[in-house]
Design a protein around this ligand. Structure first.
Ligand code: HEC
Length: 106
C-alpha cells in the first residue's frame, strides 16, 4: 500500500503546482466572507480600508502586490506574526481570498 500513498502524495503535489493557474476562478463573495471572519482581527479588510502598512490593509495589498504574490504570502507568510492559513484553508478558499483581495485594487 505504500506505493499507493506515494502516488497520492505526488498527485497532490501536482495539484498544488497547478493551482495558481486557477486563481481567476476564486469567488470574491466567499473571499470577503473569509476576510471578515478571519483576517479582520489584524487587517483592514474593506475596499475603503485605510492604506495601513503594519499589517497592510487588504486594499493596500491589492495595490502593490500581484495575484501571484498575494497567493504566495497567504501560503507562506514572511513573518511568524501572520497565521499560516494554508494549513487549514481548503484549497479553493485560497483562490477565493486572492480573488477578493485583487478585487479591491483601485
Ligand atoms: C494575527 C494577525 C493577522 C491575521 C489574523 C491575518 N494577518 Fe495577514 N499579515 C499580518 C502581518 C503582521 C503581516 C505583515 C507581515 C507578513 O507579511 O507576514 C501580514 C501580511 C499579509 C500579506 C502580505 C502583505 C504583503 O506585504 O504583501 C497578505 C497577502 C496577508 N497578510 C493576507 C491575509 C489574509 C488573506 C488573512 C485572512 C485569511 C490574514 N492575512 C490574516 C497579520 C495577520
Amino acid at each position: 500500500m505504500s506505493s499507493f500513498r506515494t502516488l497520492a502524495l505526488a498527485t497532490l503535489a501536482s495539484l498544488g503546482i497547478a493551482a495558481p493557474a486557477l486563481a481567476q476562478e476564486g469567488s470574491v463573495t466567499m473571499g470577503r466572507d473569509i476576510a471578515e471572519e478571519y483576517c479582520v482581527a489584524c487587517h483592514d479588510v474593506g475596499a475603503d480600508g485605510r492604506f495601513k502598512l503594519d499589517p497592510p490593509s487588504l486594499a493596500a495589498i491589492a495595490r502593490y502586490r500581484s495575484a501571484d504574490q498575494i497567493r504566495q504570502r497567504i501560503v507562506q507568510p514572511i513573518h511568524a506574526s501572520m497565521p499560516r492559513y494554508a494549513e487549514y484553508m481548503i484549497g479553493g478558499n485560497i483562490d477565493d481570498m486572492v480573488a477578493y483581495i485583487v478585487s479591491l485594487e483601485k
